[in-house]
Design a protein around this ligand. Sequence first.
Ligand code: ADP
Ligand code: MG
Length: 477
Amino acid sequence: MLKVDHLSKKFSADRSVEAVSDVSLEVEQGQFLAVVGRSGSGKSTLLGMIGGINKPTSGTILINSINQWALNDDRHSDFRNQTIGFVFQFASLLPTLRAIDNVALPALIGGSLSYKEAYARAHTLLNHVGLSERFDSFPGQLSGGEQRRVAIARALINSPSVILADEPTADLDQETEEEILNLLLEIHKAFNLTMVVVTHSGSIAERADKVLRMNKGLVESVEVSRSETGAPIGTALKLSANDSEPAPPVSAVETIFQTSNEPSAEEKIRLGEGVERLIGRYVLWLIPILLVAWGINAAVATYERTVLDAKENQRIELEDLAMKGLRADVKNVTDGPGKGYTVTLYLNNTIGPDKPIYVMAPAVRGFVQVGNSWQEVAMKPANSNNPKVLKVTGNQTYDYIIEPDVTGYAQLLPYYMHVRITNDMIVSPSDQPKTDLIERNDSYYVYLKPHGLDDAKILQKMKFPGKPPVWIPMPPH
Ligand code: ADP
Ligand code: MG
């Protein structure tokens, strides 16, 4: 529950006007409060104080009975990170991070989840906000609405109990705005969150449990919704007469469609006559010919279907072999030799030793993220006489040397390089395949600690149980 008591904010001592003046309100856990009011009325200032961004001049805020402003700095930032999800006016995503990294980041920096957990949850949340296809996209490649969805997923990563959103749709077109507001409402219900949204949208305010209207820093009114009181929240919420668009002239539109699509009575008659004439003239000899042709066609079609089905079954079996039967990933990364790192990949045949899987010409390449793109770096097998075909019967490892010699790499995690290793394989159950082969393209992502960096420096930015590791794996994504 959120309880605000006689809250005020003055930005400077000599200014007589308070940005927020003596505001008191209560929002129950799971309730949705909309904050409305003219520009400059103190909405953002109020939200900032609740969100732990700007300190009240006087008054108290209790969230789940905790007064965050009475905590020391460390505990306050933990509290903020764990309890409050903030969706800002603009999406404010980090441009050099992919969508999934942006979402996982608050959990990684705060150390609230392990890497695996953070990415697994980011995955789930991006699915939840409808971005299952866009995990790897950078913010610049996403539309305004999609960016907002990422920002909402990011706000949820630490399972907050309160979501604060300050005009979350200010820069979006009306249709996208509606989608995003619906998403927020859906999430508010699905996660039973307490939600405070500053909005200009009359339609979202209408759906709130409570509406706080502010004017010159003061509470002008608090309206409680229909579901709370039994009384309609009413037209008082309409922000201006312009909010309700006039209905489109539907009847005129319908008329146009009717006249253009429907054939005229005259056309109907002519078409009908044509068909009748055709059948009348040819029907006697046309029907047997058609039947024969259909018979042949059906036989050919059945035969083709059988062949195609057999091929399809083979493809499915191959796909199962290559995808489920064979596991592959990065097993370990160690420092050296020299400027390089030794990357150990594993291939694991999960079917069993009596069913070998042949992996042909595995092409392993390394990339480091620089800005929004991947820059290829030197990567080669540690052993120069690597066989061209690998026979995988159990769990086998292969070493590669990567030399990520780049400057200005993107730091998704402070100081660490974001490395992508691609592994393109041709997989077959036979060592001399004919048609029974299939391509598999993997990407593995890891973070690598650059050489010659002081561990103490890294530890200032990130929490690790001990020494910062040479590499940090990420689950497949
Ligand atoms: P709203 O979000 O309703 O538009 P704000 O909370 O942003 O209103 O602003 C309320 C008042 O506080 C305004 O008069 C604004 O100029 C003032 N204000 C907001 N932030 C600051 C600041 N950082 N320093 C000084 N004055 C500020
Ligand atoms: Mg504002």
